[in-house]
Design a protein around this ligand. Structure first.
Ligand code: HEC
Length: 221
């Protein structure tokens, strides 16, 4: 199955992404990733000697299937925030510039979801994620030289831009990109390289007013 989730598209489903995060991020085992000590390695004996949350009444995992089911369902059906200022002149100019610069070739605006989705609420829906969810070589500036699965050290998955304009409101910061190095949307765009070099250069070569409009557009998503 094609990977869709994670910075390098390493996980095929929200369920597997959630199970990997349960174990790797907070050390809770699930039936999919049954590691109660999370990412402790064989050599970390003290780490492996720490108590776990395993209990006979829960079965073999700390978070058995009903928990993983609920968390998966929550993430699958979490609403996307409504767009703001959709008809604003600056936003519309920015939208035209976004398409003109070639951003939409990776930040693909819309899809219709599969008619076969398990959850009927997710079937045949028009969605606007502004991402192709595919891997791209983003150049040496963004490379972490750490391959994951079939993704190499230069490749990153195009992240969705829906909701990005509310990052400050929701998360209390405006740090972007895989390691949070960009302090603003402008910095995030200027870090683009590799396959995105031409789009990045188009942005850098715009006059200041158009660059400002270009930021107003993702701010409205
Ligand atoms: C070749 C594909 C490609 C093109 C073209 C492209 N992007 Fe991206 N974009 C990406 C990838 C991949 C990332 C994630 C990079 C990372 O995290 O290191 C990204 C990240 C971003 C982010 C940060 C998202 C976040 O949540 O941190 C913004 C904002 C963004 N792009 C806007 C743009 C704009 C505006 C343009 C046009 C000037 C553009 N992109 C062109 C692939 C592309």
């Amino acid at each position: 199955m094609l990977g869709r989730f994670g910075w390098k598209a390493g996980m095929p489903t929200i369920r597997s992404q959630s199970a990997a995060a349960f174990a790797g991020d907070i050390g809770i085992s699930t039936p999919l990733v049954n590691l109660p000590h999370g990412d402790c390695t064989e050599r970390q004996s003290e780490c492996l000697a720490m108590p776990t949350g395993e209990q006979a009444r829960l079965g073999v995992s700390e978070a058995p299937d009903p928990v993983l089911d609920l968390v998966t369902f929550y993430s699958q059906t979490l609403g996307v925030p409504l767009r703001r200022d959709v008809g604003d002149a600056a936003v519309l100019r920015g939208k035209a510039a976004f398409y003109g610069a070639g951003c939409a070739s990776c930040h693909n605006p819309k899809f219709v979801t599969s008619r076969d989705a398990t959850n009927p609420a997710l079937r045949f829906q028009l969605i606007w994620p502004y991402a192709d969810f595919l891997l791209h070589d983003m150049g040496p500036g963004l490379a972490d030289h750490r391959p994951e699965g079939q993704a190499d050290g230069y490749e990153w998955r195009t992240p969705p831009l829906w909701g990005i304009g509310l990052t400050q409101t929701v998360s209390g910061h405006t740090f972007f990109l895989h390691d949070g190095r960009a302090r603003s949307l402008t910095e995030a765009i200027l870090w683009h390289g590799g396959e995105a070099q031409a789009a990045r250069d188009a942005f850098a070569n715009m006059d200041a007013a158009t660059r400002k409009d270009m930021i107003a557009f993702p701010e409205s998503l």
